[in-house]
Every structure is written in C-alpha cells, then in structure tokens.
Write a protein that binds this ligand. Structure first.
Ligand code: CMC
Length: 427
C-alpha cells in the first residue's frame, strides 16, 4: 500500500507521497512542498536530501554494504576486471563473453591521444598537480570531438564514454611523464587496460618495461573498489553539470575537480603525507590522534570518517586485507603501513571517534598501497578518478535517460533587505 508523509506547518497539514526503493529505503516526495506550503527544505551539505532515484549503486552505511547493480563489492573485487565492472555500471548487466569483447575493443581502439592534444601537457608547469592537468585535458577533449557532444544522442554519448575510459590512462601517464621531464610513450593496444597504463607511466623508450603481475592485479582491484559510490560529491557534481545539458567531457572534467578536494578523493594523497609527516616529526600515533581530536587544531585524521558509512567502509576492509599480501609479495617492509595500523588501533579505542562513528575509509589504506606499488604521491587521486570514471559516466547517462530537470537548489536569503544605493563620495 502506498504510504503518505504528513507535514504540519502553522496548524495546517499537508500530505506527500512516500516512495520506497528496492532495498527498503524510503523518501518523502516534496516536489510540490513549496507550492503547497510556501516553505522549502533547508539541508546544507545535503545530509538528508535525495537528489535522484538510481538503479546503479546501493550503499547501506549502517551495515557497511556496497553493491553495484546488485553485486557486492567484495565479489566484484575478487572476481571481476575493471572493464567488466565498467560495463556492468554503464549497461546494467554483466556482459556475455562477446559483449565484453566488443566493449573492450571499443575502448581499446581509442587509447591514443590526438597529436595536437599532446601540446597541452607541455604548456603546464612541471610541478602542476596532475588532477588539474587531467581535468583541463578532459575538458579539452570536447574540442577535438565536436561531432559527438549531443547529450541526447546515445551513439554519440557512447563514443564519448569509450573515448574517456580509453584515453584517461594515457592522459594520467602523460601528466606524470611531463612532471618528470620524460618522453611520453604511445599506448600499446596488445596490453590489458592496467598493463597499458603502467607501461605508459613507468616505461621509457630506452628500456623494455615488464609489468609486475602483482602490481597490475593490485591496481585492477583498486580501480574496481573506486568504480562508483552513488551520489557522492564528485558524482553529484557530474550529474549537476550534466543536468544543464553540458556535454559528457565538460561534466566529467567538473567531477575530476570535485574529487581533487582533500575531504573527498584528495584524502588518499593527504593520508600518505600525514603518515610521512608523523614519521619525519617523530610523533607517536597517540600524539597525532590527540591533535586530530583537538578542536583548536585544524588537523583531521585523514582517511577517517565518512558521510554514509557509520560502522565501516567495506572498501577499506578489502584494501586492508590485501595490503599485507601485496606488500609481502612485493617484498616491501613499509614503515608507513605500521604507522597507519597504529593510528587505526588507537583511534578506534578513543571515545571521540566512537561517538562520532568515525572509521577508516577507502583512502586510509589505498595511499599506502599506491605508494608501495610505485605510484607517485601526486598521482594517487588521479588513480581514484580513473577508477571512478565508469561510475560518473553511468550516473550521467542515467540522469539523461530519466530526463531529469536542471539541478537548481533554492536558498534562504539572510543578507540585507532592500536599501538605496549611495554614491561612493558619500559613503
Ligand atoms: N578526524 C577528526 N575528526 C573528524 C574527522 C576526522 N577525519 N572526520 C570528522 N570529524 C569530526 C568533525 O570534526 C565533527 O566533529 P564535531 O561534531 O565535534 O564538530 C564530526 O566528526 C562530524 O564531521 P563532519 O565533517 O560534519 O562529517 P561529514 O559527514 O560532513 O564529513 C568527511 C565526512 C569524510 C568529509 C569527514 O569525516 C572528513 O573530513 N574525513 C577526513 C577526510 C577523508 O578521509 N575523506 C575521504 C572520505 S572517503 C572517500 C571519498 O569520499 O572520497
């Protein structure tokens, strides 16, 4: 039976339909709240605001559950490949062998960048953050493919989607190569998605580069773990920009910028920098945790806390359990991992973190692994973006299928009321 929510304002009641998702989450439809009551809802940070209905990803933050199209993240991380998860997110089902081959070759064919696009990289300062470079180059892709920018043409959208997934590793590797003054390598389409990325990142024209299968599998798993996360800050950004009918490249470029922030994807870089500064300053884990608890100190325990997960982040659990294995296989005895384990243990014993329900998130251990795998610290968030790309694309496509109205929140104005302009000489 359909439920109804009732709101009473100034003694007058108003009824609104209640909708229920397939996993039992409920929401009150308030589309005509303002028309009925002259009130809007006020929810800074959107802690209780559903911006859409979506069939892509389900999260239960209380139970630590993450599913894509019904499949658990643990199942996907141990059994699937990144391109297969990308297909699942975008098309809604796991592919058959022939569907997978078509998708893989559709992506692989686009790995090269237009030669003129390569000039963009040399225009950036050597110490430019690769997230800035990636977002600029992704936005610039739209200028190279003007024939594929119509958001309402599904064939054009799929061309742009395949180009983005194909070219992002090349862009990420070129951003790194430019920063160290090395020549960029062309993609090698005989390699897998991850092998190709690693070869462009670490190979040179002078020597044969052999991809370590342990490193390749670990990167593949990390990309899968980051592939989508429902309406987080960057995905909401991609949807909001997309809702204006801006093209896919412009929308994804905006998402990359949103992801860069230290409270979002930028946290993976910040975690390793935090661990390094603890090691350099000779602090104990307890001393740092005390700083993070201190309201007069701006330090936060980076990699801890999550808006939705209130018990644990299932992605952090998968990463932590593979961290030991990966580091052992690589023969890395990592001091930073020891500090991270200490920080986690101490923080979890503290009332401050328990009361606020702050637990390690995906970024807490991912940076440690990225570092052990040889990824430069500044590129950590770029790897997050590479992983999140299929999620952004799937969410953007869903928005267009749903023909959602332009995203345009309201506000409560708190500035001065109407006043008269005074000429400058009389102020
Ligand atoms: N260290 C210390 N205190 C914290 C932390 C932390 N990492 N996170 C939250 N708090 C405190 C915060 O000071 C506040 O305390 P009080 O109630 O006394 O004012 C309370 O916990 C609630 O914090 P909030 O900022 O209102 O919570 P939020 O849900 O808006 O923010 C968050 C979530 C992830 C932005 C935040 O926990 C944070 O800044 N964490 C560190 C950055 C980080 O690891 N980000 C990666 C998130 S997961 C991957 C991703 O999304 O990209």
């Amino acid at each position: 039976m359909a439920s109804t929510g009732r709101i009473e304002i100034d003694g007058k009641t108003h009824d609104f339909a209640v909708t229920e998702g397939t996993e039992g989450e409920r929401a009150i439809h308030i589309e005509d709240l303002r028309a009925q009551t002259q009130c809007i809802t006020l929810d800074p940070g959107y802690k209780n605001t559903g911006s859409c209905e979506s069939a892509i990803t389900f999260i239960d933050g209380e139970k630590g559950i993450l599913h894509h199209r019904g499949y658990s993240i643990e199942d996907l991380a141990s059994n699937s490949s990144f391109l297969e998860v990308a297909y699942l997110l975008i098309h809604g089902e796991l592919p058959t062998q022939s569907e997978y081959e078509m998708f893989r070759s559709g992506v692989t064919i686009h790995t090269m960048l237009h030669e003129d696009l390569k000039d963009f990289f040399s225009a950036f300062p050597k110490d430019a953050h690769p997230m800035a470079v990636c977002s600029a180059v992704v936005a610039a892709l739209s200028t190279f493919y003007p024939e594929d920018l119509d958001p309402n043409d599904s064939e054009q959208v799929m061309n742009s989607a395949e180009r983005l997934i194909a070219k992002f590793p090349t862009i990420a590797a070129y951003a790194h190569k430019h920063s160290i003054g090395h020549p960029c390598l062309y993609p090698d389409n005989s390699l897998s998605y991850v092998e190709n990325f690693l070869t462009m990142m670490f190979g040179t024209p002078c020597d044969e580069y052999e991809v370590d299968p342990v490193v390749a599998r670990a990167i593949e798993m990390l990309l899968i773990l980051h592939a989508d996360h429902e309406q987080n800050c960057s995905t909401s950004t991609v949807r909001l920009v997309g809702s204006s009918h801006a093209n896919l490249f412009a929308s994804i470029s905006a998402g990359i910028n949103a992801l860069w922030g230290p409270r979002h994807g930028g946290a993976n870089q910040q975690v390793v920098e935090m661990l390094e500064s603890i090691a350099e300053e000779g602090l104990t884990a307890r001393q740092f945790v005390d700083r993070a608890k201190d309201r007069d100190d701006t330090s936060r325990l980076m990699g801890f806390g999550h808006r939705v997960y209130r018990n644990y982040d299932p992605r952090a659990r998968v990463i932590k359990s593979s961290a030991d294995d990966v580091l052992a296989k690589l023969g890395v005895d990592d001091k930073l991992l020891e500090i991270a384990i200490d920080l986690e243990r101490i923080a979890l014993e503290e009332d401050y973190f328990a009361e606020r329900r702050l637990y390690p998130n995906v970024d807490f251990y991912s940076g440690v692994i990225f570092k052990a795998l040889g990824i430069p610290v500044q590129s950590f968030t770029v790897l997050f973006a590479m992983g999140r790309l299929p999620g952004w694309i799937a969410q953007w496509m869903e928005l267009h299928e749903q023909e959602q109205a332009i995203g345009r929140p309201r506000q409560i104005y708190t500035g001065p009321t109407s006043r008269k302009y005074t000429p400058i000489e009389t102020r």
